[in-house]
Design a protein around this ligand. Structure first.
Ligand SMILES: [Zn+2]
Length: 244
């Protein structure tokens, strides 16, 4: 297997000081955003799913910033995400849901089948339409399947940092041909650190070009899957839903 330098599971990240409940003041600020996120209904359309992730990310961002243990004052979002991905309490909770909650496992496996999540700005620059819309090169004018879509993206010039997350996607592939075949997302270990990294890429697409996510019914599921996983693992741990 290739070097795993980009793999969050083999990288030393900044740590969260002590993941825990936020102060009362911050809870007061966060709760309205959590309520807005949880009151979204993807049945009302793809923009509603996008809203749910945006609303949830606002308190998550505040929580991460409060608990990161970094020497640098101005910490990048990707650093906050890496630290949260290595948090022991959240990782354990993720693993427990994976082994005991069929619904959570189904959603997470469905989310993993979309990996890696490509940067929307890269797709735009390379004139690649969202997955589910991008046509193949056949005369019949069909649409690229997921492996074909990945292979098309990998065939483009990608720059120094892979324009997708998990960034270690290709490192985990057993086939040396993964770049041309698209590889298999199931070969990336389904851990919390890989999952939140992929969710972060969906979040970036939502903030940088959210509308494109609503063009294809396939891709439109990504914000909602991201919201569901994030709210179960992080949201409900520190901000349990009120019991009706
Ligand atoms: Zn990895």
């Amino acid at each position: 297997m290739a070097m795993l330098s980009a793999c969050p599971d083999s990288k030393k990240a900044d740590k969260l000081r002590a993941s825990g409940r936020t102060s009362y003041d911050l809870e007061y600020l966060f709760n309205p955003w959590l309520s807005k996120a949880r009151n979204c209904d993807p049945g009302r359309g793809p923009m509603e799913a996008i809203d749910s992730l945006i609303y949830l990310w606002i308190p998550l961002n505040g929580w991460m910033a409060q608990f990161i243990d970094s020497k640098v004052a101005d910490v990048a979002d990707s650093t906050l995400v890496a630290a949260t991905g290595q948090d022991a309490a959240l990782s354990t909770r993720f693993d427990e849901f994976m082994s005991s909650d069929d619904d959570f496992r189904r959603l997470t496996l469905q989310f993993q089948s979309f990996w890696p999540i490509f940067d929307s700005r890269f797709l735009e620059k390379q004139s690649i339409a969202p997955y589910g819309i991008q046509e193949d090169d056949s005369e019949e004018g069909g649409v690229l399947d997921r492996p074909g879509y990945r292979a098309r993206c990998f065939s483009k010039s990608m720059g120094k940092k892979p324009p997708f997350r998990p960034r270690c996607y290709l490192d985990h592939q057993s086939s040396p041909l993964a770049k041309t075949t698209g590889g298999d997302p199931a070969e990336v270990p389904l851990t919390w650190s890989h999952t939140i990294e992929a969710i972060y890429q969906v979040r970036c697409s939502v903030f940088h070009g959210g509308k494109a996510l609503s063009y294809s019914p396939e891709v439109a599921r990504l914000p909602w899957l991201s919201f569901e996983i994030l709210d179960r693992v992080w949201g409900e741990m520190y901000f349990p839903r009120a019991v009706a």
